[in-house]
Design a protein around this ligand. Structure first.
Ligand code: ADP
Ligand code: MG
Length: 521
């Protein structure tokens, strides 16, 4: 118990010293009692005062970055939840940089040796200094012996003790969240305990690199016959919870336009390929890379696209895929009645809503977009606006579709950087047409309700077998169900009971001390 209270004070001090609380206070006037508490906590610490030229959002990002892994992850998580923290703060947090100083290569070697065993370790012939370091892991380049062949690989290694540190800080944060929720009635709405709980579930999966390896492996299998898209192979003998070994990418960053051109690669074609591969994976396989920013994409001399970083994946079930392909294709044809029809069939709009009005709302989104020059048309933005409409018609957006929409915006952004005049519609059309043709009966009803229940998450702790767990967790992660699960989550309930007991113990302990003092004095 004392450890937890101690951690709580440490965190409160860290938060106040970092300048994060001051910045939040500037945007959202905090209740006076909280401000006073943090001012009190920062006494004696060297409180960071940020240069006032910067916007509050930038200051908040800097403060969170300075506080290390737990807070960077918290910031990244909150950036995806404008429903909880508001649009403005969420937008600001999207700029959070996930970079931390690297740990020593000597330490890295020790971890690898512990993970793969002495014998296997002898087969690692070279290990570079870290080439990248983020909040959870860092990456080294290495040469290994595998089945009597020398291979150039990249090894991703978790930061030492990261899981323990993260969970300890989260324990303290959840206690803190509980105290706030129970002392300030307005704060209940913010569901702070639930946020901390979800962050724990999601990040603990990210802290097991076998999940990432499994995702890379699945994407590799799905795309092995797709020309122009190569997913690095995983070396399972050199992969464990704490390390992930995969083929070294022989290519250059997709950012390096000039060098790509020097390879003799046509940027227009590359941009089109990127969009088509992404869309194909989403509608054909229902499994796509969910973090396709420029830092995670490479291009080789032949113009193949090579992704890395499989920590965030998106998964769409069959209904969602069909829905997606039909609405996008409907929009391309500017057939708003059909798009409306699909929504009604899928049960995504309440039955009593007017189909005509819904089609009109769709037209209000579609037509202005088609009225724009080709350069500005974006599937991702179209979907974003579409989801705004479905929300107006009282239907919450499916989280897997939201992940897809957000990734689509990123992918289109990367493509447009390569070739600004990319015509997203023309590029998307053949993929969607093909897919719709291949589906046996495109008109089959979609009204089997799309399952968004958080049932599976409850079962995770009961699975004895790692692979089952990994599959389930991957699926959850990809479908965004970890984010979706609501208050009826068993683990969350357990956590809440624990917090309640802890509070009761705290009160009993405090009363005990008071009684003792009264008796003695
Ligand atoms: N297989 C690889 N080959 C070469 N470089 C890699 C490889 N995997 C990762 N990297 C480099 O390391 C960086 C960080 O790896 P990544 O998996 O994206 O980690 P993070 O989850 O921290 O972003 C990448 O942006 C890339 O530059
Ligand atoms: Mg990355």
């Amino acid at each position: 118990m004392f450890n937890r209270v101690f951690q709580l004070f440490k965190i409160a001090r860290k938060l106040s010293a970092s300048g994060a609380v001051d910045t939040i206070n500037q945007v959202y006037n905090l209740p006076i009692i909280i401000s006073l508490f943090f001012n009190f906590m920062s006494i004696g610490s060297s409180k960071k005062i940020f240069d006032d030229q910067r916007k509050p959002g930038e200051k908040l990002c800097a403060a969170l970055e300075g506080m290390g892994t737990t807070f960077i992850k918290l910031g990244q998580f909150l950036a995806t939840r404008p429903d909880i923290i508001g649009e403005e703060l969420a937008k600001n947090l999207e700029k959070l940089q996930d970079k931390l100083p690297a740990f020593d290569t000597y330490e890295a070697k020790k971890i690898i040796k512990r993970e793969v065993g002495d014998n296997q370790f002898k087969n690692i012939l070279e290990l570079s200094e870290p080439i990248a370091a983020a909040s959870i892991a860092q990456v080294h380049i290495a040469k290994i012996k595998n089945e009597n062949q020398n291979k150039d690989v990249a090894i991703k290694i978790l930061r030492p003790n990261i899981e323990k540190l993260f969970n300890e800080e989260l324990d303290a944060l959840s206690l803190f969240a509980y105290i706030i929720e129970n002392t300030i009635s307005k704060a209940k709405r913010l569901k702070l305990v639930e946020i901390v709980h979800l962050l724990r579930e999601i990040t603990n999966i990210e802290m097991d690199l076998r999940f990432e390896a499994a995702a890379a492996n699945e994407l590799h299998e799905n795309t092995k016959n797709d020309k122009g898209f190569n997913v690095p192979q995983i070396y399972w003998n050199y992969t464990s919870k704490k390390i992930l070994t995969l083929d070294k990418v022989e290519g250059i960053s997709i950012r390096e336009h000039k060098k790509i051109k020097e390879f003799g690669i046509n940027l227009k074609v590359l941009a089109e390929n990127l969009i088509q591969h992404f869309l194909k994976q989403a509608v054909r396989d229902g499994f796509f890379h969910g973090d396709m920013h420029q830092g995670n994409l490479f291009v080789d001399q032949q113009g193949n696209i090579i992704p890395v970083d499989f920590g965030i994946m998106g998964r769409l079930d069959k209904n969602n895929r069909k829905f997606l392909a039909e609405i996008l294709y409907g929009f391309i044809q500017r057939d708003y009645t059909k798009v409306a029809e699909v929504h009604f069939q899928a049960g995504l709009v309440p039955k009593n809503a007017s189909k005509e009005e819904f089609a009109q709302a769709l037209r209000s989104v579609g037509e202005p977009i088609f009225g724009q020059s080709i350069k500005n048309i974006s599937g991702g933005n179209l979907l974003a606006q579409l989801f705004e409409i479905t929300e107006k018609f009282n239907m919450p957006t499916q989280t897997p579709l939201l992940i897809l929409q957000k990734t689509m915006v990123v992918v289109e952004g990367v493509a447009r950087k390569l070739y600004p005049e990319t015509n997203i519609w023309e590029v998307s059309r053949p993929i969607l047409e093909d897919w719709l043709k291949n589906v046996k009966s495109p008109k089959t009803t979609l009204d089997t309700a799309i399952n968004t229940s958080a049932e599976i998450i409850k079962r995770i702790p009961d699975f004895p077998d790692f692979i089952d767990k990994a599959n389930y967790a991957l699926q959850l992660m990809a479908e965004g169900k970890l984010n979706l699960s609501s208050g009826n989550n068993k683990n969350l309930e357990i956590e809440q009971v624990k917090l309640k007991n802890f509070r009761n113990n705290l009160i009993i302990g405090f009363l005990g001390i008071v009684i003792l003092c009264l008796l003695v004095f």
